[in-house]
Write a protein that binds this ligand. Structure first.
Ligand code: LMR
Length: 324
């Protein structure tokens, strides 16, 4: 009989675990589609007092699914308990915006949550924990979180802009009439907000610069950019709630990009801490930039990106004005 070798168990914390995004994400994590079919996991779920009963329900469903890789499920409302020895912290829990709001309008309420969670991570998480902040405004929340966790490397904190990257790839593919997997080298610069800059200068379709394939440059500058920037808001109007399934898919993509080597010549984007960075962006903020990974959970900035006046103006404007 075949004997299977398992990797060492890893602890994964998920906040907002009773929410809509988590309800998609947790089952992907537990199934092995994220960390691999030889990687046993413990899921440590953080909820709030208000959501505690629902959280118990989530844990019941996870248990009833008999996932062979899911070795432990625990629930708590105390971040110091939940973050103990975690190697990944997926910080989803936050108040979401409603129709007509900007994400920055959530800062007062959500900022405090991320300060507290940063302190808790600093106190009890693995020293090399990777943190992905999803709750909005995610760039600022990630910055608040890392500032409260001085004993964890700042570069381990990410603000999720992968959803924007996926949205941008989809729009370019639709316009060019190709399948989305032909679109590569897509960068979202800046913030997960309406000021973000989806980069159609460096992106490629079938290996060719997007501007050679899509010759309607006015569409790229105006319609494409705005469509990506406002996609989340439009979705809220349609659904009456914010995106959940596609967000969870993009969290999976973001994790997988850090734990698998980036394909040659390609890259992904993530909101990361700016320090000594190569693009002339303001220091000491969290800003989405093109990254590559060796697959070890870490990343480096991409060197061979090009800039033109249009791109440079927009990126520097966003980074210096700090429109969060
Ligand atoms: C999204 O982009 O769908 C989420 O950030 C939710 C939102 O507020 O737009």
């Amino acid at each position: 009989e075949e004997t299977k070798t398992w990797k060492k168990l890893i602890n994964i914390a998920v906040s907002g675990a009773a929410g809509m995004i988590s309800n998609h994400l947790l089952f992907k994590l537990a199934s092995g589609e994220v960390f691999g079919l030889d990687q046993p996991i413990a899921l440590k779920l953080l909820g709030s007092e208000r959501s505690f009963q629902a959280l118990e329900g989530v844990a019941m469903e996870l248990e009833d699914s008999l996932f062979p890789l899911l070795r432990e499920v625990s629930i708590s409302i105390d971040p110091y308990e939940v973050f103990q020895d975690v190697e990944w912290a997926l910080l989803i829990g936050a108040k979401p915006r409603g129709p007509g709001m900007e994400r920055a309008g959530l800062l007062d309420i959500n900022g405090q949550i991320f300060a507290e969670q940063g302190k808790a991570l600093n106190a009890v998480a693995s020293r090399n924990v990777k943190v992905i902040v999803v709750g909005n405004p995610c760039n600022t929340n990630a910055l608040i979180c890392l500032k409260n966790a001085p004993n964890i490397p700042a570069k381990n904190f990410h603000a999720l802009t992968r959803l924007d990257e996926n949205r941008a790839k989809c729009q370019l593919a639709l316009k060019a009439g190709v399948f989305y997997d032909k679109v590569s080298n897509m960068t979202i610069w800046g913030n997960h907000s309406t000021t973000q800059v989806p980069d159609f200068l460096n992106a490629r379709i079938n290996g060719f610069p997007v501007k050679e394939v899509i010759t309607d440059h006015k569409w790229l500058e105006e319609e494409f950019t705005e469509k990506v920037q406002k996609r989340g808001g439009v979705l809220i109007k349609k659904w009456g709630r914010s995106s959940a399934a596609s967000t969870s898919v993009s969290i999976v993509d973001a994790i997988r990009s850090l734990i698998t080597p980036t394909p040659k010549g390609d890259w992904f984007s993530s909101g990361v801490y700016t320090t000594g960075n190569p693009y002339g962006i303001a220091e000491d903020i969290v800003f989405s930039m093109p990254c590559r990974s060796k697959g070890d959970g870490d990343y480096e900035f991409v060197k061979d990106v090009i800039f033109d006046d249009y791109l440079l103006k927009r990126i520097t404007k966003v980074s210096y004005l700090l429109i969060y």
